[in-house]
Ligand binder design. Structure first.
Ligand code: THU
Length: 134
Protein backbone atom coordinates (compact mmCIF):
# COMPACT_ATOMS: atom_id res chain seq x y z
CA UNK A 1 0.00 0.00 0.00
CA UNK A 2 2.93 2.35 0.69
CA UNK A 3 3.95 2.29 -2.97
CA UNK A 4 0.41 3.21 -4.02
CA UNK A 5 0.33 6.04 -1.50
CA UNK A 6 3.60 7.42 -2.83
CA UNK A 7 2.41 7.16 -6.44
CA UNK A 8 -0.88 8.86 -5.52
CA UNK A 9 0.99 11.67 -3.76
CA UNK A 10 3.22 12.18 -6.80
CA UNK A 11 0.21 12.29 -9.09
CA UNK A 12 -1.53 14.75 -6.75
CA UNK A 13 1.43 17.10 -7.13
CA UNK A 14 0.56 17.34 -10.83
CA UNK A 15 -3.17 17.86 -10.29
CA UNK A 16 -4.53 20.61 -12.53
CA UNK A 17 -7.19 22.15 -10.34
CA UNK A 18 -7.13 25.94 -10.82
CA UNK A 19 -10.92 26.24 -10.51
CA UNK A 20 -11.77 24.16 -7.45
CA UNK A 21 -8.35 24.18 -5.80
CA UNK A 22 -9.14 20.58 -4.79
CA UNK A 23 -6.19 18.44 -5.77
CA UNK A 24 -6.72 14.71 -6.21
CA UNK A 25 -4.17 11.95 -6.82
CA UNK A 26 -5.04 8.31 -7.40
CA UNK A 27 -2.89 5.22 -7.85
CA UNK A 28 -4.07 1.70 -8.45
CA UNK A 29 -2.53 -1.72 -8.68
CA UNK A 30 -3.48 -3.85 -11.66
CA UNK A 31 -3.86 -7.60 -11.47
CA UNK A 32 -0.33 -7.95 -12.92
CA UNK A 33 1.03 -5.89 -9.99
CA UNK A 34 1.79 -2.78 -12.03
CA UNK A 35 0.98 0.65 -10.57
CA UNK A 36 -0.92 3.28 -12.58
CA UNK A 37 -1.60 6.82 -11.41
CA UNK A 38 -3.77 9.76 -12.35
CA UNK A 39 -4.63 13.24 -11.15
CA UNK A 40 -7.67 15.44 -11.71
CA UNK A 41 -7.53 17.66 -14.78
CA UNK A 42 -9.97 20.55 -14.69
CA UNK A 43 -11.19 22.71 -17.55
CA UNK A 44 -12.49 26.25 -17.85
CA UNK A 45 -15.65 24.59 -19.15
CA UNK A 46 -16.18 23.02 -15.74
CA UNK A 47 -18.15 19.97 -16.84
CA UNK A 48 -15.23 18.73 -18.92
CA UNK A 49 -13.17 18.07 -15.80
CA UNK A 50 -11.55 14.65 -15.58
CA UNK A 51 -11.34 12.90 -12.21
CA UNK A 52 -8.11 11.40 -10.89
CA UNK A 53 -9.51 7.88 -10.50
CA UNK A 54 -10.74 7.67 -14.06
CA UNK A 55 -7.44 9.04 -15.36
CA UNK A 56 -5.60 6.30 -13.44
CA UNK A 57 -7.93 3.69 -14.96
CA UNK A 58 -7.34 5.16 -18.42
CA UNK A 59 -3.58 4.80 -17.91
CA UNK A 60 -4.10 1.16 -16.95
CA UNK A 61 -6.28 0.40 -19.96
CA UNK A 62 -3.91 2.27 -22.27
CA UNK A 63 -1.13 0.00 -21.04
CA UNK A 64 -3.21 -3.03 -22.03
CA UNK A 65 -4.63 -4.08 -18.66
CA UNK A 66 -8.27 -4.31 -17.63
CA UNK A 67 -8.27 -5.43 -13.98
CA UNK A 68 -7.30 -3.66 -10.75
CA UNK A 69 -7.29 -4.87 -7.16
CA UNK A 70 -6.39 -1.90 -4.97
CA UNK A 71 -6.63 1.88 -5.28
CA UNK A 72 -5.40 4.72 -3.07
CA UNK A 73 -6.88 8.18 -3.49
CA UNK A 74 -5.36 11.19 -1.77
CA UNK A 75 -6.95 14.56 -1.15
CA UNK A 76 -6.60 17.20 1.56
CA UNK A 77 -9.54 15.78 3.51
CA UNK A 78 -9.66 12.08 2.61
CA UNK A 79 -12.58 12.53 0.23
CA UNK A 80 -14.27 9.49 -1.26
CA UNK A 81 -14.62 8.75 -5.01
CA UNK A 82 -17.58 10.30 -6.81
CA UNK A 83 -20.41 8.14 -8.10
CA UNK A 84 -19.23 8.31 -11.70
CA UNK A 85 -15.77 7.09 -10.71
CA UNK A 86 -17.27 4.25 -8.66
CA UNK A 87 -19.20 3.01 -11.68
CA UNK A 88 -16.11 3.17 -13.90
CA UNK A 89 -14.01 1.48 -11.20
CA UNK A 90 -16.61 -1.31 -11.15
CA UNK A 91 -16.13 -1.89 -14.86
CA UNK A 92 -12.60 -3.15 -14.28
CA UNK A 93 -12.86 -5.50 -11.27
CA UNK A 94 -13.41 -9.22 -11.12
CA UNK A 95 -15.35 -8.96 -7.86
CA UNK A 96 -16.24 -5.67 -6.15
CA UNK A 97 -16.04 -7.46 -2.78
CA UNK A 98 -12.32 -8.02 -3.34
CA UNK A 99 -11.32 -4.62 -4.69
CA UNK A 100 -9.86 -2.37 -2.02
CA UNK A 101 -10.44 1.39 -1.93
CA UNK A 102 -8.34 3.46 0.47
CA UNK A 103 -8.97 7.17 0.90
CA UNK A 104 -6.01 9.07 2.29
CA UNK A 105 -5.84 12.57 3.66
CA UNK A 106 -2.78 14.81 3.37
CA UNK A 107 -2.67 15.38 7.11
CA UNK A 108 -3.86 12.13 8.66
CA UNK A 109 -2.68 9.62 6.05
CA UNK A 110 -4.54 6.59 4.74
CA UNK A 111 -7.93 5.61 6.12
CA UNK A 112 -9.27 2.07 6.36
CA UNK A 113 -9.36 -0.31 3.41
CA UNK A 114 -12.96 -0.60 2.27
CA UNK A 115 -14.22 -2.74 -0.56
CA UNK A 116 -15.65 -1.25 -3.72
CA UNK A 117 -18.85 -3.19 -3.02
CA UNK A 118 -19.31 -1.14 0.14
CA UNK A 119 -19.20 2.13 -1.81
CA UNK A 120 -21.32 0.83 -4.69
CA UNK A 121 -23.33 -2.22 -3.61
CA UNK A 122 -25.69 -2.23 -6.58
CA UNK A 123 -23.63 -0.81 -9.42
CA UNK A 124 -24.83 -1.39 -12.94
CA UNK A 125 -23.38 -4.60 -14.42
CA UNK A 126 -25.88 -5.95 -16.85
CA UNK A 127 -24.96 -8.91 -19.02
CA UNK A 128 -27.87 -7.83 -21.20
CA UNK A 129 -26.06 -4.77 -22.50
CA UNK A 130 -24.59 -5.40 -25.90
CA UNK A 131 -26.85 -8.33 -26.65
CA UNK A 132 -28.65 -7.92 -29.89
CA UNK A 133 -32.22 -8.97 -30.40
CA UNK A 134 -32.64 -12.15 -32.40
N1 THU B 1 -12.59 14.83 -8.24
C1 THU B 1 -11.83 13.73 -8.51
O1 THU B 1 -10.75 13.84 -9.11
N2 THU B 1 -12.30 12.53 -8.13
C2 THU B 1 -13.47 12.31 -7.48
O2 THU B 1 -13.87 11.17 -7.25
C3 THU B 1 -14.26 13.45 -7.03
C4 THU B 1 -13.87 14.77 -7.57
C5 THU B 1 -12.11 16.15 -8.67
C6 THU B 1 -12.92 16.80 -9.74
C7 THU B 1 -12.62 18.27 -9.51
O3 THU B 1 -11.44 18.59 -10.20
C8 THU B 1 -12.36 18.36 -8.02
O4 THU B 1 -12.13 17.03 -7.57
C9 THU B 1 -13.49 18.98 -7.22
O5 THU B 1 -14.69 18.36 -7.50
Amino acid sequence: MEDLLRAAQQAQENAYAPYSGYRVGAALRSSSGQVYAGCNVENVSYGLTLCAERNALAAMVTAGETRWTEIVIITRDGGTPCGACLQVLLEFVEDARNASVICASESSGPGPSRMLAEFLPLGFRSPEVGRTES
